[in-house]
Design a protein around this ligand. Structure first.
Ligand SMILES: C[S@@+](CC[C@H](N)C(=O)[O-])C[C@H]1O[C@@H](n2cnc3c(N)ncnc32)[C@H](O)[C@@H]1O
Length: 258
C-alpha cells in the first residue's frame, strides 16, 4: 500500500484547487448519515477524508467529527477545520491502520476509498471499526467499489484537457483496467507534460455477496445497501439491481455491530 500517500498527494496537487470545495455530494452524505444513523448530533469518525469537504459539511450540520487522512490532501482539511466548523472538526494526518483514537464513535464512515490492499487488509480495518471505534449500536457507512461497472471500464482511456476557470490546471491522461481474477481495478494517471511518470491506484471491488463474506468474523453485519439514492435489504428485495449492474461504480454499504 506504499502507493497510497504518493498517489493521493500527487492527484491532490492536480485537483485540490478545483475539488476542495463543499458541494451537493457532501450534503448528500450528511443526509445519508442522518438516514442510516438517525437524527441528532453524533460523534463521527471519517476515514480517508481527502480534502475534508464531507467532514466539514458534517461538522457544520452539528456533528462532532474526527477525520483521518494520510496524504497531503489533509492540508485542505486542516483549512476547513480552522473555518466555520465551531471547533467540531479535528483532522489527524495519519495512516488509519496505525492511528490511535481514544474515544469510540456513533458512526464510522469511509466515503469513496474502501478496497485498498488485500482482503486481509480490509478485514483488519473492519475489525478496528467494529472492536475499537464503534460504540455498541453504532453504524458504519462504507462506499464499496462495484465490480460490474469497473469491469465494463476495462481498457477505457480518457484525455482530460485543462480547465483553469474551474481550477484544473493540468492536461491529464487516465487509463482504467480490470483484473477479473483478482476483482481489482487499476486506475492509472499521467500528466501530458511528464508521460514517463505514471501513477496508479488499485481498488479491490466487492459484490454485496462477497462483501457479506468478507465481513464474516469481523463483528459487523451488512444490514442495508444504498444505490443511486435507493436503500434496500441485501437479503431480500433488490430495487437497485439495474443500477448495480450497469451504472453505479460504487454503492453505500450500511454495517452494524453484531
Ligand atoms: C478516493 S479518495 C476519497 C477521499 C474522500 N473520502 C472523498 O470522498 O472525497 C480516498 C482517500 O483515502 C485516503 N486513504 C487511503 N488509505 C488510507 C489510510 N491507510 N490512512 C488514511 N487515509 C487513507 C487517501 O489518501 C485518499 O485521500
Amino acid at each position: 500500500m506504499d502507493w497510497v500517500k504518493t498517489f493521493y498527494s500527487a492527484t491532490g496537487e492536480w485537483w485540490g484547487a478545483a475539488e476542495a470545495k463543499i458541494t451537493d455530494r457532501d450534503h448528500d452524505r450528511v443526509s445519508l448519515l442522518r438516514q442510516h444513523a438517525g437524527a441528532g448530533s453524533m460523534r463521527v469518525l471519517e476515514l480517508g477524508c481527502g480534502y475534508g469537504t464531507t467532514a466539514a459539511a458534517l461538522a457544520a450540520a452539528g456533528h462532532v467529527v474526527t477525520a483521518v487522512e494520510v496524504s497531503d490532501r489533509a492540508r485542505h482539511a486542516v483549512d476547513f477545520a480552522r473555518q466555520a466548523t465551531h471547533g467540531r472538526l479535528s483532522i489527524v494526518q495519519e495512516d488509519f491502520y496505525a492511528v490511535r483514537l481514544p474515544q469510540p464513535f456513533d458512526v464510522v464512515c469511509y466515503w469513496d476509498g474502501f478496497g485498498v490492499g488485500t482482503d486481509a487488509d480490509q478485514r483488519r480495518l473492519l475489525v478496528r471499526i467494529s472492536r475499537e471505534w464503534l460504540k455498541p449500536g453504532g453504524v458504519a457507512l462504507i462506499d464499496v467499489y462495484n465490480p460490474f461497472v469497473w469491469a465494463r471500464w476495462d481498457g477505457d482511456e480518457e484525455h482530460k484537457l485543462p480547465n483553469p476557470d474551474l481550477g484544473y490546471e493540468h492536461e491529464l491522461h487516465e487509463r482504467t483496467t480490470f483484473d477479473p481474477v483478482a476483482c481489482v481495478a487499476t486506475d492509472t494517471w499521467w500528466d501530458a507534460a511528464d508521460p514517463a511518470r505514471k501513477i496508479s491506484q488499485t481498488l479491490r471491488c466487492y459484490t454485496p455477496a462477497d462483501l457479506a463474506l468478507l465481513l464474516d468474523g469481523t463483528g459487523l453485519a451488512l444490514t442495508a445497501i444504498t444505490v443511486a439514492g435507493r436503500t434496500f435489504d441485501p437479503a431480500t428485495a433488490q430495487p437497485g439491481s439495474s443500477e448495480l449492474l450497469h451504472e453505479q461504480h460504487q454503492y453505500l454499504a450500511v454495517m452494524r455491530r453484531l
